[in-house]
Design a binder for this molecule. Sequence first.
Ligand SMILES: Nc1ncnc2c1ncn2[C@@H]1O[C@H](COP(=O)(O)OP(=O)(O)O)[C@@H](O)[C@H]1O
Ligand SMILES: [Mg+2]
Length: 398
Amino acid sequence: MTQPFSNMDNTLFEDKEVLSEDYQPDTILERDDEIRAYRDALKDVLFGRNPSNIFVYGKTGVGKTAVTNYMLQALEAETEKREEADDVHVRIYNCNRGSVYGAVRSLVNKLRGEDEDPFPKTGLSTNIAFETLYEKMDDIGGTFLFVLDEIDHLSDADELLYEFPRARANGHITESKVGVIGISNNYRFRDSLSPKVRDTLMEKEISFSPYDANELRSILDKRAEKAFRDGACSESAIQLCAALAAQDTGGARQALDLLRTGGDLAESEGDSMVTDEHIQDAREKVRRGRVTNKIRDQTIHGQLVLESVARLECEEKTPSRSKEIRNVYETVADHYAYDPLTSLKSIQNHLGTLEMLGFLSKTEYNDGKRGGSYFVYELSVDADAVFEARKQIERERK
Ligand SMILES: Nc1ncnc2c1ncn2[C@@H]1O[C@H](COP(=O)(O)OP(=O)(O)O)[C@@H](O)[C@H]1O
Ligand SMILES: [Mg+2]
């Protein structure tokens, strides 16, 4: 054999980056209603008024993050042009499994210059972190927009969301203004907040609906044009990705994943064009990856409850009652060194969410003699997929 790479001069991709997860498109297609709603929600800033707090929700992959980035860049650019507008400082924080302290600390660091020391990871209280942030904001002045993406992952979102909207009224800041934009895949997140917080965060709500096949097709067409060499991707492959994703999640992420994975398969098979067959073959690979991502989207305790049901399933002990699941959950939480939730109600809430998201199925069981009834749960996804995903997530934590 010759050198391993010497024959590798054929690629189907012109710019594969364009299909990657982090690529920020410079044009947003098919989200005119959402863009209009966003513009109305943000426009106060242009006139130097207090910004509204905004709650953005919709399923995964429907453009919440992409549209938010796009809108805030546009807002910053516009305020720079206008005399009467305050300076706008946008800071984006992804709440992935973070704590309130971590979030505030990160915001402080994002406002500090490169020559300043970062705020310490541990050792100070959350209150001091807030105070430091407020001081810095007043130093800089202007309007601050804090984007808390995937806010449902925050361990105590209530605390954070209570603080910011009241910072001015409580006299913590006088020279600056603040607005919070919370983004969540899970509409029920709002139910987990206290009523006071709900009212202030939910001043403006923007809902992102799933895409249909035509919308996905126009998004994919645009990407494929940049991503593939001329003639390297068939129109019908694109159409198939759009149709499959529309039937399933209605998310552009899934459609893009199918297209990228199909492209990889075509390339590794030495074919000159991505066809329907490659996309069909890509489905299974993408599906497995998606279960992992969906699990990653759950709060840590939601994941632990799911893992507990998967364990029971392997021991053929399902369907199980919430009490039985709780017993296993306590061992599992302990094993990973998390403080377990103590009330049965909170375990039942997680079971309810997991059921709604299709991880579990639930059956009502009537105990005829005693006249009571209760629910039993079993796993609706592959137990191995759950274990694999959990292993990966725990590995990333280290
Ligand atoms: N309307 C759109 N136009 C162009 N690209 C989009 C659009 N909606 C989503 N995307 C792309 O699809 C992927 C998922 O979108 P994202 O904003 O991350 O979804 P969400 O935050 O709702 O989960 C990203 O790569 C994004 O660039
Ligand atoms: Mg997002």
